[in-house]
Design a protein around this ligand. Structure first.
Ligand SMILES: NC(=O)c1ccc[n+]([C@@H]2O[C@H](COP(=O)([O-])OP(=O)(O)OC[C@H]3O[C@@H](n4cnc5c(N)ncnc54)[C@H](O)[C@@H]3O)[C@@H](O)[C@H]2O)c1
Length: 253
């Protein structure tokens, strides 16, 4: 296996063309990483806009189509990235969807569709990078969870379960890789000003903002900052941790 190169580490970001994912890609590139944004091939217009947006990075950020819910597809994608660019040193799992509805109206499709992306997707990607990372004695994995995984949210039994699961998964994997130079952490955003939250009805959004001690929604850059911190080469003693970035919306220790 080729050894990784600390000066130009390869970072894969799933959901990489999304509201938060795009910002993470740009900040990782600013930190000198070679970034691959993985997202659904079906998002044609957004893919073009993303390519335009990151063109100033002169090739340091590339787009690769991929569906995180497809186990075999994730394997082929990672093999392709490792062959053509280099070993995966950093993995940020930011792909996510919502399928909100109260449990009494939730059908199995709402449940399974969400689990396949938000939870299976994390397994599918980690499963294919972890062996290489441990063999090379370096890896940084950050999985995007959510404040709603910590508190639960009305209409989100599926989402809250998946996001709580993401942290359980991360703690368990952190134990398995701790002696091999691979850290695994979660970042739990609060409510951020992204398309996902723009879809929440106006009056509910205003109530949410009123309940945030900092007095505003989070920004993708607030979240990217935490990801950059946890993926730094010298962040080697933080593993199995959850870093909440929620403007004080939910405080605990
Ligand atoms: N926006 C928020 O307020 C907020 C709060 C808490 C947690 N989060 C989490 O942060 C992450 C990023 O959220 P966002 O606000 O950028 O959402 P977003 O909808 O803007 O981006 C999510 C991205 O995931 C991609 N995606 C969906 N299914 C996929 C699949 N099967 N394979 C590959 N890519 C897929 C989408 O195409 C999209 O680009 C998500 O995991 C989300 O659950 C967001």
């Amino acid at each position: 296996m080729t050894s990784s190169n600390p000066t130009s580490r390869v970072a894969i970001v799933t959901g990489g063309i999304g509201g938060i994912g795009t910002e993470i890609c740009m900040r990782l590139a600013d930190a000198g990483r070679q970034v691959i944004a993985v997202d659904l091939a079906t998002r044609g217009e957004r893919i073009e806009a993303f390519r335009e947006q990151v063109s100033v990075y002169n090739g340091a950020i590339r787009f690769e189509p991929g569906d995180v819910s497809d186990f075999k597809g994730c394997g082929s994608l990672i093999a392709h990235i490792e062959r053509s660019i280099g070993p995966a040193d950093i993995l940020v799992n930011a792909a996510g969807i919502t399928r909100d509805t109260s449990l009494r109206k939730m059908d199995p499709q709402h449940w399974h569709d969400l689990m396949r992306v938000n939870l299976d997707g994390v397994f599918n990607m980690c499963r294919h990078v972890v062996e290489g990372m441990t063999a090379r004695s370096f890896g940084r994995i950050v999985n995007l969870s959510s404040v709603n995984g910590q508190t639960g949210q009305f209409g989100q039994t599926n989402y809250s379960a998946a996001k709580a699961g993401v942290h359980g998964f991360s703690m368990a994997l952190a134990r398995e890789t701790a002696r091999k130079g691979v850290t695994v952490n979660t970042v739990s955003p609060g409510y951020c000003d992204t398309p996902m939250v723009a879809a929440v009805p106006h009056d509910i959004r205003q109530q949410i903002i009123a309940d945030i001690p900092v007095g505003r929604l989070g920004t993708p850059s607030d979240i990217a900052r935490a990801v950059i911190f946890l993926t730094a080469d010298d962040a080697s003693y933080i593993t199995g941790a959850n870093l909440p970035v929620n403007g004080g919306y939910f405080m605990s220790f």
